[in-house]
Write a protein that binds this ligand. Sequence first.
Ligand code: 5GP
Length: 188
Amino acid sequence: MPKKGKIFVISGPSGAGKSTIVKELLKLAPDLVLSISATSRKPRAGEVDGKDYFFLTRSEFERKVKENYFIEWAEVHGNLYGTPKDFVNENLQNGRSVILEIDVQGALKVKETFEDAVLIFIEPPDFEELERRLKSRSTDDEETINLRLQNAIYEMALAKYYNYRIVNKDLKKTIEEIIKIIREEEKK
Ligand code: 5GP
């Protein structure tokens, strides 16, 4: 384990399989810790406050922005999302690597503050597949799905700023690749 932990940012369009990847990754590498973001978005069915996100009202979120509570925050698909600062810093100090599952705007802001942060971009195998995955997620209405598809185009254009890009064709291989990257980067 390194003296000080490292930040690993995982981004990619909604529907690229990020959440599943992160969940499986934490099972296989339990020394890694996941940062839980705050959001002004309403919880989806089954989401739990403090586990999936810290759900805040927009005004609560804005107050925390003023209090300098976040490492980074961004507006994504019309909602606010941010990474709480203290949790990440405490874990890094304790030598633990922290996973942030955040959007491209947030990732680039993190890199400004933490130069050694490692940015990993997960790409869907193809755009039709992404559309299919988003549509099969019955929790989102059509307008939300279209917004997410638009955003996917924007996010893919910024993938070039990432340290690593992985096409998620096979979940198991993708996770193995990410763990390999993490272990190599932790040694640096
Ligand atoms: P969802 O609403 O589907 O949970 O997340 C929408 C997008 O917000 C995803 O791309 C997700 O990675 C991003 N996101 C989640 N938490 C954060 C955060 O703390 N900061 C930023 N910048 N983006 C986040």
